[in-house]
Structures are given as structure tokens and as C-alpha cells.
Write a protein that binds this ligand. Structure first.
Ligand code: SF4
Length: 226
């Protein structure tokens, strides 16, 4: 790889970050959004001095071939770095399945890597017209909608997640779920938000069984994750 990839962290072995497979998670630096509940603020900026050498990660992947089956690129927003596609090609050529966590901030870059992907965890932040209330960036909802549309137009397996920040009204959740079900999303998880100490923050939707039941009818797979 000619250009540098800035890596902010690594989980060398996980059984929960790629469906049904043992995986490595690579956390990339950089994100264009500033979500109100972000727990990865240390990954929002590119900090070369704190970056792990990509060559070390390739060496680890070389040694673990046959044991680890998948590599998940997470962040930050992994597509913030234009060198991601090249890094994915290297990993794919070793025989690994490729996973990506993304909020969809870069539809053009997403379209470029989509043919290499085997699974995507796609974060939906809000009803698309209200994205700014979470990301604090104008136009973020349109980017996310475009990226999600690309994902749904591919045959790449995925899970759509929405984190239930307390600022999101139940009506907004209903609006977001209606929008994505109309787009064709079939798999959705509502995730509980966590505070700075990583304690669960409650959201009224989790005790609103009628609304959860109504939302669940829109999808083939729908569940709540703590
Ligand atoms: S997209 Fe993710 S990494 Fe970026 S600010 Fe939002 S929560 Fe944090």
C-alpha cells in the first residue's frame, strides 16, 4: 500500500462483531460528523502520532489466516480515509471476509468499496431530515440516505442499527423506521445508548411495547440490543 492508513485501535479477536464468524476489528481514525452521543471522540481526528502501523496489522492478519475469518473496519467513519479501498484489497487478497461499520457519510467511496464487502453494519442516526440534530452537520441525512440506498441495491448482507439517544423523540424513531422500511431495509436493531461511564441510558421507546410491536411488523428481523 503506497499511502498511509491511520489506525486508532484494534480488537484482535471477537466473536460478536461479524455475524457467525471470528473477526478482527480495525478502528480507523477520522470522522466528518460530531454525534451528540459519540463514544469514539478520540477517533474523530487523524492523529498520526497515535496511529498503529498498518504493516503490523497486516502481519497479524498473515499469522492468523485460517483461524480468524473476517476483518471488520470500524471507526470513526472508516470511509473518511480515501486509502481504505486499497487496504481492503490487501485484506481481501489474504482470503478474509470484509465487514464495514459506516454511517454512510461518503456515498462515492462507499460505492467504490461495496463490491468488496461481505457484511455492513449501517448506522441510521435519525429520520433523514433531522440528522443534523444528532450529527451536528448539515446535509448528513442526504449522504446517509444515498449510501443506504446503494447498500440496499447491492446483495451485500447487512444490519441497520439506530442508537436511541434521549434527544430522539418516539415520533422521530417511527418516522426513521417508516423511511427505511419504505427504502427496503429488512434487518434493524435499536441499540441502547450509553453515557460517558458506559452505563445504559434509558429511552422511553424501550418500555413502549405497542410502538416496538408496530415497528417490528415493518421488518423481517427486528430486535433491541443493550
Ligand atoms: S459517526 Fe460515529 S464516530 Fe463519527 S461522531 Fe458519530 S458516533 Fe462518533
Amino acid at each position: 500500500m503506497n499511502q498511509k492508513l491511520y489506525v486508532g485501535g484494534l480488537v484482535p479477536l471477537t466473536s460478536v462483531d461479524y455475524p457467525g464468524r471470528l473477526a478482527v476489528v480495525v478502528f480507523l481514525q477520522g470522522c466528518p460528523w460530531r454525534c451528540v452521543y459519540c463514544h469514539n471522540k478520540h477517533l474523530q481526528a487523524i492523529l498520526p502520532a497515535e496511529s498503529l502501523p498498518w504493516e503490523d496489522i497486516l502481519n497479524l492478519l498473515m499469522m492468523r489466516r485460517g483461524f480468524i475469518e473476517a476483518v471488520v473496519f470500524s471507526g470513526g467513519e472508516p470511509l473518511f480515509q480515501s486509502t481504505l479501498a486499497e487496504a481492503m484489497e490487501e485484506v481481501k487478497s489474504m482470503g478474509y471476509l470484509i465487514g464495514l461499520h459506516t454511517g454512510g457519510a461518503y456515498p462515492d467511496r462507499f460505492a467504490k468499496v461495496l463490491p468488496m464487502l461481505d457484511w455492513v453494519g449501517f448506522d441510521v442516526k435519525q429520520a433523514f431530515s433531522k440528522y443534523r440534530t444528532i450529527t451536528r452537520i448539515d446535509g448528513s441525512g442526504e449522504k446517509a440516505r444515498e449510501s443506504l440506498s446503494l447498500l440496499l441495491g447491492s446483495d451485500v448482507d447487512y444490519e441497520v442499527r439506530m442508537t436511541m439517544d434521549s434527544s430522539i423523540a418516539i415520533d422521530d424513531v417511527k418516522e426513521a423506521m417508516a423511511e427505511i422500511s419504505q427504502m427496503g431495509v429488512r434487518k434493524v436493531v435499536l441499540q441502547k445508548c450509553r453515557d460517558c461511564e458506559k452505563n445504559e441510558v434509558d429511552h422511553p421507546i424501550f418500555s413502549d411495547k405497542v410502538t416496538l410491536e408496530d415497528i417490528s411488523k415493518r421488518f423481517d428481523d427486528f430486535f433491541v440490543r443493550a
